[in-house]
Design a binder for this molecule. Structure first.
Ligand code: JCF
Length: 347
């Protein structure tokens, strides 16, 4: 179909053309982002987008509320290739009560046949984001994968490369190194992102975890690049050489390699110290710049971790001590109303 030069369009023709372009670009977005089945070439997509922008420049008052120039992508989907994890990405068993922590320490010592007093543990905040596994070969980042079902995740390598706190290159690292951690979004970044999304009529996110997941799982890495994502390293998968002899030293090694690690990670001697650190983190929770949903405890000695091994889907050497959900009931005792000079009522 021959298209008319933008400079000769009448206002009525421009209005019709903007409607047609909005529909065509929305359909292209859905096909690309949601269905992973592009119906037009990238070049044709860009051409339509440019034409739309040119018409908007000539007739700014005709710009639509759903203007394609304000849209970034569509809902993320399973449009990623799959990655089989060299080592499964597991989840953690949960503790809810202090007594569950006593049980964890007691059963760990019993399984190993050693005294409870000889065990030490790390304790760190459990970040409420989404877990990511980064594979480095000869110091180069070669693959990034989400957890998926634990065995198979999504290949999000191009997106992970746009996250500032994920190094592309490591010096003095083992030849094979899989670094695992959490992608998350800070509260201030989340608020700014949502404000920007609302201002341009794009969808806002329910919470920082959602925003982090939606931002990482974009089919267009240039959208991910514009999102304020961060990454804390806390674990590892396949390795050609051990990182250290203890969990704490391994975390320090990851920090020395250039990863951000959580500053509230502490070494604790037993259940009492673990719960004390949990209480400290719980008290600091509302002041932290990111969401957490508990505290993770791990046996510090990596040789003991290896002896403890795994149950079906969770390690025996770690547990997540969860916080009660940050929601509570309140009783409204009353409402005072002030009557202003003009008779206006202010509750
Ligand atoms: O912060 C977390 N969400 C978190 C998750 C921290 C950890 O140290 C984890 C984890 C999931 C599995 N460690 C394992 C082994």
């Amino acid at each position: 179909m021959a298209e008319q030069d933008v400079n000769t369009l009448t206002e009525a023709a421009a209005r019709d053309e903007l409607a047609r372009l909005a529909e065509a670009l929305a359909a292209a977005n859905t096909a690309y982002h949601t269905e992973d089945a592009p119906e037009i070439s990238d070049a044709e997509y860009d051409r339509l987008k440019k034409r739309n922008a040119a018409i908007e420049v000539r007739f700014p008052e005709l710009k639509r509320a759903d203007s394609p120039s304000e849209k970034v992508g569509a809902a993320p989907s399973d449009g990623f290739s799959k990655v089989t994890h060299a080592q499964a990405m597991l989840s953690l068993g949960n503790a809810f009560e202090d007594a569950d922590v006593d049980d964890f320490v007691a059963r760990t010592a019993k399984f190993l046949g050693i005294a409870e007093a000889s065990l030490s543990f790390t304790a760190e905040p459990k970040i409420d984001g989404l877990s990511l596994s980064l594979r480095y070969e000869n110091g180069q980042l070669v693959q990034a994968a989400t957890r998926g079902d634990g065995a198979t995740g999504e290949n999000v390598t191009a997106n992970a490369r746009t996250i500032a706190s994920i190094p592309h290159q490591l010096s003095f690292a083992p030849d094979i190194l899989e670094v695992r951690g959490e992608v998350y979004m800070r509260h201030d970044d989340f608020a700014a992102l949502n404000a920007a999304q609302e201002a341009r009529g794009a969808k806002s996110f329910a919470n920082p975890r959602n925003a982090a997941a939606g931002s990482l799982r974009q089919l267009d890495p240039e959208i991910t690049r514009q999102r304020p994502l961060a990454f804390f390293a806390y674990a590892w998968g396949a390795l050609s050489q051990p990182l250290a002899e203890t969990q704490m030293e391994a975390i320090l090694r990851l920090a020395a390699l250039g990863f951000e690690t959580n500053p509230l990670t502490a070494l604790c001697a037993g259940a009492k110290e673990l719960v004390a650190h949990y209480d400290m983190i719980g008290a600091a929770r509302s002041d932290l710049p990111y969401d957490i949903d508990g505290v993770v405890y791990k046996v510090n000695d990596l040789e003991l971790q290896a002896r403890l091994g795994f149950r079906s889907t969770t390690p025996r050497w770690a547990i997540a001590h969860k916080f009660a959900a940050e929601l509570a009931w309140t009783r409204l005792e009353g409402i005072d109303i002030q009557v202003g000079r003009t008779g206006a009522l202010s509750p």
